[in-house]
Design a protein around this ligand. Structure first.
Ligand code: GTP
Length: 240
């Protein structure tokens, strides 16, 4: 039996809201959340310190609300509230499996979650608790990808693991084009200049400025979270 060892010891996992909805058109699929929680539990058992940022697009997508007559700032706050709902769902699924968690929200709502306090988040991680960062950055006009970059920096993560529905970063949309080619490695600058819509520019620039690598990988393939954490060649590495 091979003993699995973590290659990355402190990680920020970014899950999109859509990742939680499975094959539904919106909302949360409890089976999907449970299976993600199971995979997270496995890597925590390897001694990995794990922070998680969850998006909110399965509940409300701020950037698409214009057509509905909701102004952008309000829509973004609605999206941030969506991330809190998702964070609580993930917390509950993890705790059912005996994985200790804390939810910290960028927008104070003390009855529901702790406020985000950087030093406290680091302490929770040191104690082996998964910290789920809710509420994005707490500001409109920012995405949860940017929140992931920011929190990764704040907890001093070695890497951001960006979960997607495809294998990695491609030269064009692999869902639309069957001849799309996947990169094993790509630079931050190439990501920005080619406008590859995997992460938004603000998030990538922040990673580039602080030399924080991002691994883009397919969440739908069971076991991939652990594979990436164990340093196996999965997905695309975005780096310098
Ligand atoms: P240690 O100090 O390391 O023991 O961490 P801890 O998180 O266990 O300590 P604390 O006594 O601060 O928290 C106990 C529980 O209350 C945990 O589940 C926290 O997530 C929760 N908690 C702490 N602060 C808040 C808050 O402001 N709002 C909410 N809703 N829960 C909180």
């Amino acid at each position: 039996m091979t003993v699995e060892k973590a290659f990355y010891k402190k990680v920020l996992l970014k899950l999109s809201g859509e990742a939680l909805m499975g094959d539904r058109s919106s909302g949360i699929d409890p089976d999907v959340v449970n299976s993600i929680a199971g995979e997270i539990g496995e890597v925590v058992a390897l001694g990995v310190q794990l922070g998680v940022v969850v998006g909110g697009g399965n509940i409300f997508r701020g950037s698409e609300a214009k057509t509905g007559g909701i102004d952008r700032t309000t829509a973004d706050y609605m999206g941030m509230l969506g991330t809190v709902i998702n964070s609580l769902a993930l917390q509950s699924a993890l705790e059912h499996r005996g994985v200790e968690t804390r939810v910290q929200s960028a927008i104070e709502m003390k009855e529901i979650a702790e406020p985000f306090i950087q030093r406290r988040a680091i302490r929770h991680l040191e104690k082996g608790r998964v910290v789920i960062f809710a509420g994005g950055t707490g500001n409109p006009y920012f995405t949860t990808d940017t929140a992931a970059s920011l929190r990764a920096m704040e907890i001093k993560a070695e890497v951001i693991m960006k979960a997607t529905m495809v294998e990695g970063v491609y030269d064009k949309d692999p869902i639309k084009y069957s001849d799309a080619l996947m990169f094993e490695r790509i630079s931050y600058t190439a990501m920005l200049t080619k406008s590859l819509k995997v992460m938004d520019a603000a998030a990538i620039s922040l990673c580039r400025d602080h030399n924080l690598p991002v691994v883009v990988f397919n969440l739908r393939k069971p076991g991939n979270i652990k594979r990436v954490i164990c340093g196996q060649p999965v997905g695309t590495i975005v780096g310098g």
